[in-house]
Write a protein that binds this ligand. Structure first.
Ligand SMILES: [Zn+2]
Length: 295
């Protein structure tokens, strides 16, 4: 089979579509030590989604940037100890490597489902090529494609709609992303939410897009206390995701609910120290604050 990145005929490895360390942290942060996918809440997930995509050489190429991202940013972010960090080209390479995998698979999906128009598809294919050539060091420029990061922390102020969305649990407690193409706003994005660390590749801005404090350069510095601001049609997707998660929770069978409950009771101490519990509290606080403010 041909490697999706370098195109060379080789024995392909079982590649993680979303890096493995992300699943490891999610499992550790889960009160019961298990993970569930939004699409199939009644099933435990062992190790994340894998498929034969890359040759060994390309896997190794991605591993270098993944390891740096995990050690310098991700583990500390999940522990809540990340206040600032320096980066150079590995950060952009990491984001591109992850979002390229997403875009590549989404293009295959769009073609299979035929739920995209020819102009949009052509555009996405051209972007996929740009990202791939950047990763292969054929081209050092991304030619107008931008990468951004957004740090999802505790929300202390919100309107009624936002407060009721339980975003701490739905964004902070989950992994997921996809390609967004929007004809109305003439824009396209690929994003992935890594439990509150959100990486976005903007393939094409809408004319109203405003992104402040989020852009990844060739090298730089991020301070997590500096406010970030995003105005973009992409934000609608987070509304969509949180409603999907609400939906998925309601699909949890009674047997599974009982199982989770008894696992939580068995591991009570672990649960009270877990990130999942902390997120529930943040959601509750925000809801209560809104209720009080409106009485
Ligand atoms: Zn390869």
């Amino acid at each position: 089979m041909k490697c999706a990145l370098c195109g060379i005929e080789a024995e392909l490895e079982e590649s993680h579509i979303i890096p493995k360390f992300v699943y490891k942290t999610m499992k550790k942060n889960s009160p019961t030590g298990n993970m569930r996918m939004v699409s199939e809440p009644n099933k435990k997930v062992q190790d994340g989604y894998k498929m034969k995509l890359l040759c060994g050489k390309c896997e190794d190429l991605f591993n270098v940037d993944e390891t740096l991202f995990a050690n310098i940013i991700y583990h500390k972010f999940q522990k809540g100890t990340l206040t600032n960090f320096e980066y150079d080209e590995w950060l952009e390479r990491f984001i591109v490597s992850v979002n390229w995998r997403g875009l590549y698979l989404d293009i295959l999906g769009f073609v299979k489902e035929q739920n995209i128009n020819a102009k949009e598809l052509e555009y996405l294919i051209a972007c996929e090529k740009k990202l791939r050539e950047y990763l292969l060091n054929i081209n050092s420029s991304l030619e107008g494609i931008e990468n951004h990061v957004f740090f999802f922390n505790e929300i202390t102020e919100a309107n009624k709609e936002i407060a009721g969305m339980n975003l701490h649990s739905s964004i902070g407690g989950n992994i997921g992303g996809y390609t967004v193409v929007n004809d109305t706003y003439d824009c396209a994005y690929v994003f992935l939410n890594l439990q509150g660390f959100i990486i976005v590749t903007i393939l094409k801005h809408s004319k109203d897009d405003e992104w402040q404090g989020t852009k990844v350069q060739k090298q730089g510095h991020f301070d997590l206390t500096t406010p970030q601001y995003i105005k973009s049609p992409l934000m609608d997707e987070f509304r969509f995701i949180s409603s999907e998660i609400k939906d998925s929770k309601s699909k949890l069978s009674d047997t599974q609910k009982e199982k989770i409950k008894s696992e939580v009771i068995k591991n009570q101490e672990k649960f009270l120290k877990s990130k999942a519990y902390e997120r529930l509290l943040h959601d509750k606080n925000l809801n209560e604050k809104y209720q009080k403010g409106n009485q």
